[in-house]
Design a protein around this ligand. Structure first.
Ligand code: NAD
Ligand code: UD1
Length: 337
């Protein structure tokens, strides 16, 4: 298939591009580079020996999107493009609603105009809010989201449901990612946020490489086995493969389906630090600090629906996730030395 990846030079999009190219799909990447680098295209080429077509563009630019989708005879879109920093979304809510929600509506209008009705959307487990029970199945109520970023995901899911209800020819899959971590085995693709990382894994990796001093563990008084927050960490390569599995199912699927992509296992912050120490062979200093506002104690997925509908399940364990993240971080520091 000819597939457009909006946000395809980003962390998850770039790994998905590799997965799809390896399966023989033709990938076109469309990204405005607001949170990624064009050099990712060279890394994708180095890994797959195929250079994907790349258009620098914004999803709010309907004319350029239309030209791109027409030129490359796009058959399906995987929509990764979006802003994703929770704290920033509280400071700049309008930027988030404009970029994520309005941008998605613009993109959908172009797809509708061109008759392209197959879409995979990057949603998040954040749509479940504070879990009423664990593991989280797709039937768990959504809502109670504590920040504008999370609300953009929820709003977009609602918009997509309305769209699918309006026309049975749409096939839409909302993939609700749990916590993607890790990197491609080559060490050429991975997560390299600008500035001080907000998320746990890139922060731990930078402490391991000496860029940062000490991990702040946000609270050890949660109702969890060791008191620290528990999450369902999933290898980004497993997550990428989930998109390829969803693409295969488009012919059998109509309407709008929400599907969890997680492993079904929860790990605490302290377990992550221990696993990373094992991967890098160094002690990782940490200190317990106050809770981070808006954090929940624990969430992890029930991945049964993904297995049933997509024939997908995660393969990699925590040690492999940390080893690949360390390999990427280590190579990054070697390059910049
Ligand atoms: P990322 O920031 O690495 O990738 C997003 C890409 O979208 C970037 O390359 C950015 O330049 C691009 N982009 C942003 N706004 C754009 C616009 N208006 N037009 C064109 N391109 C634009 O993030 P990621 O971690 O790869 O996440 C991909 C998607 O998955 C996002 O929608 C994110 O909200 C969602 N998600 C991520 C996580 C996570 O933990 N990483 C979890 C759940 C959901
Ligand atoms: C966060 C976002 C979520 C988003 C996801 C991916 C919040 C409230 N949620 O999820 O919407 O989809 O990132 O971008 O921000 N932790 C520390 N020290 C740190 C960083 C994190 O102890 O320096 C802890 C957190 O309290 C949490 C766990 O590590 O228990 C994971 O945190 P993080 O990686 O930020 O992911 P989430 O909070 O799950």
């Amino acid at each position: 298939m000819n597939i457009l990846l909006t946000g395809g030079t980003g962390y998850i999009g770039s790994h998905t591009a590799v997965s799809l190219i390896e399966l023989g799909h033709t990938v076109v990447i469309y990204d405005n580079l607001c949170n990624s680098n064009a050099s990712v295209i060279d890394s994708i080429e180095e890994i797959t020996s195929i250079k994907p077509a790349f258009v620098i563009g914004d999803i709010r630019d309907s004319a350029l999107l239309e030209r791109t989708m027409s030129k490359y005879a796009i058959e399906a879109v995987i929509h990764f493009a979006g802003l994703k920093a929770v704290g920033e979304s509280v400071q700049k809510p309008l930027d988030y609603y404009d970029n994520n929600v309005s941008g998605t509506v613009t993109m959908l209008s172009v797809m509708k105009k061109l008759g392209i009705k197959r879409l995979i959307f990057s949603s998040s487990s954040t749509v479940y809010g504070t879990p009423q029970q664990l593991p989280l199945t797709e039937e768990h109520p959504v809502g109670g989201v504590t920040n504008p970023y999370g609300r953009t995901k929820l709003m977009i899911e609602e918009i997509l449901k309305d769209l699918a209800d309006s026309d049975p020819l749409w096939s839409i899959v909302c993939l609700r990612y749990f916590n993607p971590i890790g990197a491609h085995e080559s060490g050429l693709l991975g997560e390299n946020p600008n500035g001080i990382p907000n998320n746990l894994l890139p922060y731990v990796a930078r402490v391991a490489s000496g860029q940062l001093e000490c991990v702040n563990v946000y609270g050890n008084d949660y109702d969890t086995p060791d008191g620290t927050g528990v999450r369902d960490y999933i290898h980004v390569v497993d997550l990428a493969r989930g998109h390829a599995c969803a693409l295969k199912r488009f012919n059998e699927m109509h309407g709008c389906e929400a599907i969890n992509l997680g492993t079904g296992n929860g790990y605490s912050v302290l377990e992550i630090i221990k696993a990373f120490e094992k991967a890098c062979g160094k002690e990782i200093p940490y200190r317990i600090t106050d809770r981070r506002p808006g954090d929940i104690a624990a969430n992890w997925a029930d991945p049964t629906k993904a297995k049933k509908l997509l024939d997908w399940e995660a393969h990699y364990g925590l040690d492999e996730m940390c080893a690949s993240a360390w390999n990427f971080e280590h190579k990054l520091r070697e390059k910049s030395a």
